[in-house]
Design a protein around this ligand. Sequence first.
Ligand code: HEC
Length: 175
Amino acid sequence: MTRAHPLELPSGRILVPLYSDGYSFSLIAISDDGGATWSSSEPLVGAGAVQPTLVRRRDGAIVAYMRKLGTDIPVKKAAAAAQDPAALKNPYTELKSIKADAKSIYAKDCASCHGDEGKGGLGPALKGSTKSDAELYAIIANGIEANGMPGFSGSLDGQKIWKLVTLIKLGKSDD
Ligand code: HEC
């Protein structure tokens, strides 16, 4: 089945990500003639690797972000992550001392979808968010999977997530 958006390359080539829940793998359908004829990529195989979201980076590399099918996240950890966000508190009260760090995490993990300066792209603009620190933390940690925002609690620790929250809240448009 298909779910994620197609990607059109500057050459005119169209890539349509497809996946199978039943067999738990993905494929990319490729057309060079506006969809009249199609060929297929090699399968993208991984543990439960479905729903590929394609992003073309500035250097031309195409990255597929995969949703991981299954529930191998221990139930306790999932429950802890879903705790009342209002109970979470940002340890950083100013941006200056952590700005370089926050920007490098952003460039690596977020810019491909949210734009180089947080102005938006595949994901919405982040700078100037009116959401609270705790709400932003919960979104970054848990993601909004159904809409294509991956959760980062498995790859970024709490400090790094708070640095990103602080950058989003306190960063100026050129940060
Ligand atoms: C694969 C693409 C992708 C990546 C990578 C990604 N995001 Fe997102 N993000 C999205 C999409 C799409 C949405 C919109 C979800 C929705 O509309 O519900 C979103 C929504 C958000 C929101 C909610 C915005 C709002 O006000 O509604 C925040 C905050 C956010 N992302 C932060 C981040 C941060 C920080 C990173 C890096 C750690 C990141 N995202 C990485 C795609 C991505």
